[in-house]
Design a binder for this molecule. Structure first.
Ligand SMILES: NC(=O)c1ccc[n+]([C@@H]2O[C@H](COP(=O)([O-])OP(=O)(O)OC[C@H]3O[C@@H](n4cnc5c(N)ncnc54)[C@H](OP(=O)(O)O)[C@@H]3O)[C@@H](O)[C@H]2O)c1
Length: 245
């Protein structure tokens, strides 16, 4: 299993969950020193092998060699978890285009490139499991987070197309769309309704990955209901009306 964005938050939590289950793990992120500190803890928890890979998914040229290396060092690649992501505030019309582009490059292009690099390996093996981490923000454009919302909506659509194309094969696709899980990504960025801690979030997501659930909101309740409501309610319910100037 290769997990991107494993140096903190949900990715680190998932690495612990799958270490306990005895998986061989490749963990990737930009902060190699954090991955190297994590590796012995994962081995102690039960991982059969841990490969650490320095990877910036904004640099798409670096992704394929990293995925190939993970597969080569682990012997095979059964699961790819495209989890790396950022969630900066990018209010519209305020000169945030560079930050918006970076967000789309990491969360959307980076995740797609990660999955694209794994698919030929899965095809050659005859099986594999793609896991994409989207968000409730992908179901409605959240005020202040236009680029983040767009990136997650885009990844959701990519995963839908992928699942449709792979129907009838032994390569399966799982999309996990969390609500609010307590990590660096969302601290000090406003309200976090129905927040759960990262250990709980990772435990739920690991079970969903093992069960190959297709698409799920995380946790299922209340987010399945909230996501349905968000489809019919206007985005303005999520924020006070902005002053026009
Ligand atoms: N927390 C939530 O409530 C929530 C809700 C919905 C969806 N999500 C999604 O869950 C995923 C994980 O986020 P998190 O909440 O666990 O946040 P986090 O604690 O900030 O973790 C983000 C991870 O992504 C990595 N990352 C960021 N940019 C990267 C890049 N350019 N290349 C490679 N790795 C990169 C970070 O590692 P380095 O900085 O070391 O590279 C870190 O390991 C994200 O896709 C996020 O959108 C989170």
């Amino acid at each position: 299993m290769l997990i991107t964005g494993a140096s903190s938050g949900i990715g680190e939590g998932l690495a612990h969950e799958f270490a306990r289950r005895g998986y061989g793990l490749a963990i990737a992120a930009r902060r190699l020193e954090r991955l190297e500190a994590l590796a012995p803890r994962l081995l102690a928890a039960g991982a059969v092998q841990v490969v650490t890979i320095a990877l910036d998914v904004a640099n798409t040229d670096a992704i394929e060699p990293a995925v190939q290396r993970a597969a080569a060092e682990l012997g095979r690649l059964d699961v790819i978890v495209a989890n790396a992501g950022v969630g900066p505030l990018t209010p519209t019309g305020r000169g945030k285009l560079p930050l918006m582009r970076e967000t789309l490059n990491i969360n959307l292009v980076g995740a797609i490139a990660t999955i694209e690099a794994a698919l030929p390996i899965f095809r050659a093996q005859g099986s594999g499991h793609v896991v994409g981490v989207t968000s409730v923000a992908g179901s409605k454009g959240l005020p202040g987070f236009a680029a983040y919302s767009a990136s997650k909506a885009g990844l959701h659509r990519y995963l839908q197309s992928l699942r449709a194309e792979l129907r009838g094969t032994r390569v399966v696709v799982t999309e996990l769309a969390p609500g609010f899980i307590d990590t660096d990504l969302n601290r000090n960025k406003g309200a976090r309704p129905f927040l759960i801690d990262v250990d709980k979030g990772a435990a739920i997501m690991a079970r969903m990955i093992e069960r190959q659930v297709g698409k799920r909101w995380v946790p299922v309740l209340p987010w399945t209901i909230i996501a349905l409501l968000l489809k019919i309610l206007p985005a303005s319910v999520l924020a006070p009306r902005q002053k026009r100037s």
